[in-house]
Design a protein around this ligand. Sequence first.
Ligand SMILES: NC(=[NH2+])NCCC[C@H](N)C(=O)O
Ligand SMILES: [Mn+2]
Ligand SMILES: [Mn+2]
Length: 300
Amino acid sequence: MNQSISIIGVPMDLGQNRRGVDMGPSAIRYAGIIERLENLKIHIADLDDVPVSRPDTRKEVKDGHLLNLQQVADSNWKLAEMVDQEITKNRFPLVLGGDHSIAIGSLAGAAKHNDNLGVIWYDAHGDLNTVDTSPSGNIHGMPLAVSLGIGEEKLTSIFGYTPKVKPENIVIIGARSLDPGEKELIRDKGITVYSMHEIDRLGMSQVMNNTISYLREQTDGVHLSLDLDGLDPEEAPGVGTPVIGGLTYRESHLAMEMLAEADILTSAEFVEVNPILDDQNKTATMAVGLMGSLFGEKLK
Ligand SMILES: NC(=[NH2+])NCCC[C@H](N)C(=O)O
Ligand SMILES: [Mn+2]
Ligand SMILES: [Mn+2]
């Protein structure tokens, strides 16, 4: 893996309607991400945060059914520019959220550099809704569909090209809450999903082996989009849309270690850490532990 990492915070909470997830990047920095990665002799540049309009000064804006459309689009455009710049400078972008709507910008910036960018979507959800299928109007439930070029044009056209990813280059891991429209899209497009059912049957080791060998064949770079609600809320309570029956900390560590060993990632993001809903910054601390493993921390 590229041994020069650029950290980009995105204090975004406009893609959903619970307060606090805008403080995710601070919570992750406070939990020691910089020191943790510096100990691995990796060169870290903390690029600070992408500007996002302040949550407590704005009014809720609904564009039809979509919450805060223009502001989410503006911040994601800026994020895409930063991710693109860092990759151009041969640095590995590590994006800290913020709600999952920021994957729109991360993928827009990253996919510019690959014809076949792979995506590992580690999440309880598919985030494959469109304005028509979304039960909530929250854009954090849509970024994967948007990146496939499906949905609101103001989002799909971010950074001037559409689509960013192809359905055959996506692997979803940890899904256990999919809306009807998302299931239909998964079926129509043939997207690979390791739901909790497959993870229980095969074990995380097999799931990651399959995922890694598939993406190695199929893609020319891989983005990891890790939503902390992929983990079980008993262990990671600081998330806005918890779903019981999730991945354990141990399984997630194994997944990160296997990705480190495979050395296939070209960018990553950790999203949905909400310190207001958390218990003593436990979820941010867990995110930092997972990033440690992802970037090569070993016991021996
Ligand atoms: N990134 C997330 N936590 N997404 C949760 C999405 C929940 C639900 N499927 C929705 O579209 O509203
Ligand atoms: Mn989720
Ligand atoms: Mn998500």
